[in-house]
Design a protein around this ligand. Structure first.
Ligand SMILES: Cc1cc2nc3c(=O)[nH]c(=O)nc-3n(C[C@H](O)[C@H](O)[C@H](O)COP(=O)(O)OP(=O)(O)OC[C@H]3O[C@@H](n4cnc5c(N)ncnc54)[C@H](O)[C@@H]3O)c2cc1C
Length: 260
């Protein structure tokens, strides 16, 4: 395996830092190649702006199109090109982060915003026509596998089906499905450590062993069976629905199809 670990925590001695270090030593110890993008240590620029696209930046700025034009011209900034090269090198990507405000820390969202450019992560392949806006399960990054390793402050019961925070699968859906599966990356079930603010030092060996076991079984882990292309659903409202009827479920990118 060639694993890229994208790590988002400001404190090297944090629990997240320890889990990242353990992932490196475990995977390397098992003979795998590992590279790390430690976003805080890299002082990663987390916001998209015109400077990302140089002479390919339009006025007014068109983030998607300009990012694609800069990508095609090989003119993206060196920090973004380096991350894209790591993604193409990797067959497995691990994201290590604490849950902050129900999602990833801003620096990691900013990594996605800048690295997953048009024409690199999306807008490629057979179904790249943006009129449909649907490319789930295919793209340049297809064939890679990703795993979220997440720590939460809230206890596990708060993330159960009727817990106060809602099911963890729902909270992670925008990341696992919207960000990772959209450009074609298969997503493995997440490794979630709950209630970590109350974790004691003596709990760590058990946690570390659980993480080690997950890491050593990555290759045999089945990905989440997300539903791929959804073209048919777009026709439901106009063609197949009676007035006022609302079909259940999501179509791509969180859009809920509704009858008129
Ligand atoms: C801005 C912000 C927003 C947040 N939003 C949410 C939210 O929406 N939902 C939610 O559930 N939580 C939330 N939290 C809580 C957050 O998810 C947790 O604080 C975080 O996951 C803990 O991870 P850490 O790496 O920072 O832990 P740390 O604080 O580094 O460690 C936690 C504990 O683990 C133990 N430990 C750490 N490393 C080791 C080691 N190597 N060996 C032995 N013991 C160790 C220590 O006892 C330590 O007290 C939020 C926190 C912040 C700051």
């Amino acid at each position: 395996m060639k694993t890229l670990i994208v790590h988002a925590h400001p404190e090297p001695e944090s629990l997240n830092g320890s889990l990242k270090d353990l992932a490196v030593s475990t995977l390397e110890g098992a003979g795998h190649e590992v590279r790390v993008s430690d976003l805080y240590a890299m002082k990663w620029k987390a916001v998209v702006d015109a400077s990302d696209y140089g002479s390919h930046a339009s006025r007014p700025l068109k983030v998607a199109l300009d990012s694609g034009r800069a990508f095609d011209a090989g003119a993206l900034t060196p920090d973004v090109l380096a991350e894209q090269e790591k993604l193409l090198w990797a067959d497995t990507i691990i994201f290590q982060f604490p849950l902050w405000w129900y999602t990833v820390p801003a620096i990691l969202k900013g990594w996605v915003d800048r690295v997953f450019t048009y024409r690199f992560a999306y807008g490629v392949g057979e179904h790249s026509d943006t009129r449909y806006g649907e490319r789930f399960g295919e793209g340049t990054l297809a064939g890679r596998r990703a795993l979220l390793s997440v720590t939460t402050g809230g206890p596990e019961s708060h993330y159960a089906a009727r817990g106060i925070n809602g099911p963890i699968d729902d909270l992670l859906f925008p990341i696992q499905h919207g960000i990772l599966y959209y450009p074609g990356i298969e997503v493995l079930p997440p490794f979630v450590l709950y209630g970590t603010d109350r974790m004691r030092a003596e709990d760590y060996p058990q946690v570390a062993e659980a993480w080690r076991q997950r890491l050593l079984t990555l290759e045999s882990t089945e990905p989440i069976a997300f539903r791929p292309q959804n073209f048919g659903d777009y026709e439901i409202p106009s063609l197949h629905l009676k007035e006022g009827l609302e079909p259940e479920g999501r179509t791509g990118f969180g859009l809920h199809v509704r009858g008129r």
